[in-house]
Write a protein that binds this ligand. Structure first.
Ligand code: C5P
Length: 233
């Protein structure tokens, strides 16, 4: 099959990560979690005493950390300055700060450049491409609209706010004692920030296929996306 670049965007709790990893694994494609990259740069800023509420300070530091993203769907790791960041980037502290950091244009320019080179390498079968030239699934908020406007397939996942909060608190259960109402409030706050920022907001690309996952199982969403990808290969 021809190499494919697949963009999967949407707000949090719509099943983006689970779907993207499963589709990549099933089709032998590379996988890139762009939210993890924004989380990683946010974690580095918090660890290095940068005031994340100060856009000028964030902009000045945007180029400093060395971020390396794993692209194996079975093992999606991310490191910052050589240190494995996959655990620390999922804390509530990072989740609460990431929208402010990702809204800064310098941060987006830096991360977008990384994303484009990873995607190009995966399509061409470059040295670090797990998919060996078969292509890549890239998940995020602005992949189809801004980062990879020429992607072969663009998917935009949606779900009701209730379904999204229920999924997210299911993931968090037992970890940080998050309750449903607090999870829903935090999630909506982050989506509002992500959708209303000036630089590259969360937005459905005009040519994206919208899939409402509220009433669907993960298997059904994966099957739907896999079918659409195969049509492009
Ligand atoms: O997908 P995840 O919830 O891990 O993303 C964390 C945050 O990273 C989002 O809330 C958003 O602020 C930012 N993000 C972004 N653009 C992307 C992916 C994530 O701004 N393409």
């Amino acid at each position: 099959p021809a190499p494919v670049i697949v963009a999967i965007d949407g707000p949090s709790g719509t099943g983006k990560s689970s779907t993207s990893k499963a589709v990549a694994a099933e089709l032998g494609l590379s996988y890139l979690d762009t939210g993890a990259q924004y989380r990683a740069i946010t974690w580095w800023m918090l660890s290095n005493g940068i005031d994340v509420e100060d856009p000028a300070a964030v902009a000045a530091a945007a180029g400093k950390p060395m971020i390396v993203s794993g692209t194996d769907p079975a093992l999606p790791t991310i490191s910052v300055d050589g240190e494995d960041a996959s655990g620390p980037i999922r804390t509530q502290e990072v989740t609460a700060a990431v929208s402010a950091v990702s809204a800064v244009a310098e941060v987006r320019a830096r991360i977008t450049g990384l994303q484009r080179s990873i995607a190009a390498e995966a399509a061409e079968g470059g040295p670090s491409a797990e998919g060996k030239g078969r292509g890549i699934v890239v998940e995020g908020r602005d992949i189809g609209s801004t980062v990879l406007p020429d992607a072969d397939l663009k998917i935009f996942l949606t779900a009701s706010p209730e379904a999204r909060a229920a999924r997210r608190s299911g993931e968090l259960r037992g970890k940080e004692g998050a309750d449903l109402a607090a999870t829903q409030a935090a999630l909506l706050k982050r989506d509002t920030a992500d959708s209303s920022r000036k630089t590259s907001p969360l937005k459905k690309a005009d040519d994206a296929v919208e899939v409402d996952t509220t009433e669907l199982t993960l298997e059904q969403v994966v099957e739907c996306v896999v079918t659409l990808v195969k049509e492009k290969q």
